[in-house]
Design a protein around this ligand. Sequence first.
Ligand SMILES: Nc1ncnc2c1ncn2[C@@H]1O[C@H](COP(=O)(O)OP(=O)(O)O)[C@@H](O)[C@H]1O
Ligand SMILES: [Mg+2]
Length: 278
Amino acid sequence: MSQDTTTASKPQLQKTNSISSGILENGSAKVVIEHLNAFYGTKQVLHDINMAIRDKTVTAIIGPSGCGKSTLLRTINRLHELKRNARVEGRVLLDNRDIYAPDVNPVVVRRRIGMVFQKPNPFPNMSIYDNVIAGLKLQGIRDKAILDPIVERTLKVVGLWDEVKDDLKRRGTELSGGQQQRLCIARAIAVEPEVVLMDEPTASLDPAATAIIEDLIRDLRKQYALIVVTHNMQQAARVSDHTAFLFNGKLIEYGPTRRVFEKPEQSLTEQYITGRFG
Ligand SMILES: Nc1ncnc2c1ncn2[C@@H]1O[C@H](COP(=O)(O)OP(=O)(O)O)[C@@H](O)[C@H]1O
Ligand SMILES: [Mg+2]
């Protein structure tokens, strides 16, 4: 992790609006989204998004289906551009460096900013062990003396070690849904990312597995900046420090979770969180 503490590394926030800078009162930003627009073909689905996200916090992105939550998440680690006709304008700064700058390798961005998807997606026909180390193998690391401790450590972090340690050769897809999702989180953190994005990570899980993942999110927060899309407002309230409410591709409100839920500044936010639409 490259954490420069000099003032020179402070993100330049003069261009971000008051919605985002309010989050930063007691610290600097890990990720800054500046004037971000996203398109599929000629259809614009994100409009001038500005957000600053601090390290070691959980940020929830909420909003009705189709409002652009997944698209926003995918612009943060350059997955958006892999979709057909997809395009981005604006900047996303990671440690004050624009990840869309021409000299930046998107593969490196995606290693530093990991992703966990809605449906657990362990690589099929691959053991639990091989799933955890898949990203490291891509980096050319093959030494078992290096990989074994990483597998143990990451599976412990996600609370899966005791459940699987005697059978690491089992296929990842044979685990339960909740275990599979924890395996995917282990795979995401094995490459030591700095930011972890999660797109509705519990949407396909039962309440018990959901509670385990929520505990894990709160735990991971000690080490990473986490950005979690959820359509479950109780979940946002339970796990996040800051909440962003997105509607029709626009950032309507962004602030400390408690404030957003208890005293929303925008009437649209209030209507949404009180269940009047969405
Ligand atoms: N690959 C795509 N091609 C064209 N339009 C898309 C594509 N993916 C999403 N969209 C559209 O972009 C908008 C935002 O979608 P999305 O980011 O998936 O919203 P959410 O995650 O909040 O449900 C929606 O109108 C959706 O139909
Ligand atoms: Mg989505």
